[in-house]
Design a protein around this ligand. Structure first.
Ligand code: COA
Ligand code: NAD
Length: 708
């Protein structure tokens, strides 16, 4: 017999003596209030229905349950709370089975762990990724996971935020039964029948122990401590990992209910931490950047063969990214020696992986079979998309685009990887400016996630959409940018980099600036980054801009003095730092400090000292002020596009959400007051962005523009 009733987002149907509870809350079955209420009601209904002997939890669509509804964080809580729902599931007197066919993440896995039995299908994946949002599993997950899989394995799942497969989940103890197929209801019903036939009883995870005697406890604690030490570097600066470890320790040492109480209080601490706000902003921001106006009217063009012009640092990196995505790649270089170098640059990446045991020579050969080297443009006549990555020189690039225009088939997308140059001018070198776009990859291009998609005036919407499609294929995080000197990222970088130079000329050492920036949460300071990328790149840009520089504008020459000596950073063994015998971590260089001193004296500067906080106030004020100009000019669609650019291209600490989100959290009025104070020293440089002034006057923040 089949009886049916429905609650919002949760539908129940009693099939023979099993109540099938279907969570149906698209797109990912997040545990919104309606789902929590529906689950609770379903459990009550099952408990009271004498015809029901077991409950089967399944997800509708691709997912089991993707976790808490992230949009509800930071809003007033609505009953029922998820921990109560999980406790109710676990307390059920009738057997509860979770049949998992897709993602069971965060709260979704907590629901599954509160069930009495768990079945998984091959496409299922499991994880407790709350750490990525500044949180910890707050619905019993920190207490139940260690009871099912052991303390260290559970802590590892929570600290890494990683997803594991159905097979791995079974091996770890999270899953009782693996079945083939894609239909969780059919598999779940069969499993329920089998369990009932065996006379299986209710089996509550809370009744399991992590360690039952003093020796086991000591061993579990030792393992946990070792894991904490091993992950300390990765979790540096983050708030929730230490709380996760505290909860797992409680799972080892305390009774279940006390562990739950501790978890609750630490979860609330995480929830109210600024890191949670920053990380949740980052989660949604990186999904929002793909929502571009062109999508309304256009579809992507075909994209099955691509070409890359230039096999240097960037060309080779882009080639690897495309090959790794399964695309055939033709690489064109200017002569035989250069193409051999280009191919060697590509192979070097794969050989490195082979040396580390992460790739087999056969897999490399299979990938390289899709790579075609050439010195002739004729070889790219039939490709769908070309990415030019030759020298950063407008005339050289224009000449390349004349050739592309000559050989490429009609409708091919012609892209440039220029860092700064005017893409409208490059497009104008062709008779098909509607097909020309900027694809600004970051170095190393096979690793860095950011892809600025730079939209020139004449490009057609379907080319823009094709570029976003390419980003998806290459697993990049795309940000739409407008044409200007440096687009979003490098334009803003140029401004705060100047502030770093001002700080050094005014009395801070480059090492103090780097240290302050690292303390803020960046992996490296700006002078370390210069040494890594090569000081000659910035030097060339400064020379290019010299002719258009306002003679009144402050210009710090220290970096030029360093470059004039041929000190370009790591590749030359010294730059702002010394790198004896190829060391990758630099040492402070007294000779650099002497150059700094000499430059200060030449200008008669009366130096002062700067605290780390003073350094960061200036550094960030410059970054956000330029960010506001970039948004106001439409170079970035929204403040969140600036945030994502800095999170994925410039090492901005993710837990701060991005520079614009950081500014909102600090308060735009405070930031404007800082800029106005700095303007007393240098009014030309510190011109407050009109958008910033407007938002402060209206009592608004950048986030209000993200929603617009
Ligand atoms: N709460 C609210 N919305 C969520 C969500 C959640 N837990 N998980 C995903 N979404 C939304 C996304 O914002 C996106 O919305 P949009 O279409 O308006 O942009 C939509 O669901 C689809 O998500 P997306 O990530 O684009 O889909 P996907 O198929 O690539 O990945 C998941 C699906 C479930 C793997 C992925 O969304 C994910 O990892 N979600 C977060 C899981 C998590 O952290 N859970 C713990 C919460 S404490
Ligand atoms: P690179 O000097 O390493 O490589 C350039 C390659 O282009 C060389 O191999 C050269 O032989 C080749 N080349 C020059 N003229 C050519 C022509 N007419 N036809 C075919 N090949 C030609 O330079 P790179 O660092 O790879 O930079 C390439 C582009 O990418 C530049 O526009 C640069 O601004 C941009 N970019 C560089 C970085 C970076 O960090 N290096 C980051 C983003 C963007």
């Amino acid at each position: 017999m089949l009886t049916e009733s429905s609650a919002p987002a949760v539908v129940t149907a009693v099939q023979e003596n099993v109540m099938v509870v279907r969570i149906d809350n698209p797109p990912v079955n997040a545990l919104s209030q309606a789902v929590r209420a529906g689950l609770l009601a379903a459990l009550e209904q099952a408990e009271q229905d004498p015809a029901v002997t077991a409950v089967l939890l399944v997800g509708q669509g691709k997912t089991f349950i993707a976790g808490a509804d992230i949009r509800e964080f930071g809003k007033p809580p609505q009953a029922p709370a998820l921990p109560d729902v999980c406790n109710r599931i676990e307390a059920s007197r009738k057997i509860v089975i979770a049949a998992i066919h897709g993602a069971a993440l965060g709260g979704g896995l907590e629901v599954a762990m509160a069930a009495h039995y768990r079945l998984a299908l091959p496409m299922a994946k499991f994880g407790l990724p709350e750490v990525n949002l500044g949180l910890l599993p707050g619905a019993g997950g920190t207490q139940r996971a260690p009871r099912l899989m052991g303390a260290a394995a559970a802590a590892d799942l929570m600290l890494s935020g990683k997803h594991i497969s159905a097979k791995a989940a079974q091996a770890a103890g999270l899953v009782d039964q693996l079945e083939q197929g894609e239909d969780p209801t059919a598999a779940g019903l069969a499993y329920a029948k089998a369990l009932l036939a065996q006379g299986a009883a209710v089996r509550r995870t809370r009744d399991f122990t992590v360690a039952s005697d003093a020796t086991q406890k000591a061993a579990a604690l030792a393992e946990l401590d070792a894991l904490a030490a091993a992950t300390a570097k990765k979790t540096r600066g983050l708030f929730s990992p230490a709380k996760i470890i505290e909860c797992v320790r409680a799972a080892i040492e305390l009774p279940f209910d006390q562990g739950l109480a501790l978890e609750r209080s630490l979860f609330v601490e995480c929830l109210s931490s600024p890191q949670r706000e920053g990380l949740v902003h980052a989660f949604f921001a990186e999904r929002e950047t793909t929502k571009i106006p062109e999508l309304q009217s256009a579809k992507p063009r075909a994209l099955s063969r691509i070409a890359i012009i230039g096999g240097g640092t960037m060309g080779a990196g882009i080639a690897v990214a495309a090959l790794d995505a399964g695309l055939p790649v033709v690489m064109v270089e200017r002569d035989e020696a250069s193409i051999q170098r280009g191919q060697a640059n590509v192979e070097k990446v794969y050989d490195g992986l082979i040396a580390k045991g992460r790739l087999t020579p056969e897999a490399k050969a299979a990938t390289m079979a899709r790579y075609t080297p050439s010195t002739s443009y004729e070889a790219i006549a039939d490709v769908d998309l070309v990415i030019e990555a030759v020298f950063e020189d407008l005339e050289v690039k224009k000449a390349v685009f004349v050739e592309l225009d000559r050989v490429c088939k009609a409708g091919a997308v012609l892209a440039t990887n220029t860092s700064y140059l005017d893409i409208d001018a490059i497009a104008a070198a062709t008779k098909r400016p509607q097909d020309v776009i900027g694809l600004h990859f970051f170095s190393p291009a096979n690793i860095m996630k950011l892809l600025e998609i730079v939209v020139p005036a004449k490009v057609s919407p379907d080319v823009v959409v094709t570029a976003f499609e390419l980003a998806k294929r290459l697993k990049k995080v795309p940000v739409r940018a407008g044409v200007c000197d440096g687009f979003i990222g490098n334009r803003i970088l140029a401004v705060y980099k100047q502030v770093a130079d001002f700080l050094v000329e005014d009395g801070a050492s480059p090492y103090e600036v780097d240290e302050a920036v690292r303390q803020f949460g960046y992996p490296m300071g700006p002078f370390q980054v210069t040494d890594l990328a090569g000081g000659d790149i910035g030097w060339a840009t400064r020379k290019r801009r010299a002719a258009t520089r306002d003679p009144q504008a402050r210009y710090v020459e220290i970096a030029d003095r360093i470059c004039e000596r041929g000190w370009f950073g790591q590749k030359t063994g010294r730059g702002w730092y010394l790198y004896p015998e190829g060391a990758r971590v630099g040492q402070p260089d007294p000779e650099v400090l002497a150059i700094v001193d000499a430059e200060r004296q030449k200008k008669g500067i009366k130096t002062r000292s700067f605290s780390a906080d003073e350094i960061m106030r200036r550094y960030m004020a410059a970054m956000v002020n330029e960010g506001a100009k970039v948004v106001a000019e439409g170079i970035a669609l929204r403040p969140l596009d600036v945030d994502v650019t800095f999170l994925y291209g410039y090492g901005f600490p993710r837990w701060r959400g991005g520079p614009m989100q950081w500014a909102d959290m600090v308060g735009l009025d405070k930031l404007l007051a800082d800029i106005e104070e700095f303007a007393k020293e240098d009014a030309l440089f510190w011109q407050p962005a009109p958008l910033l002034k407007q938002l402060v006057a209206e009592g608004k923040n950048f986030s209000s523009l993200n929603r617009a």
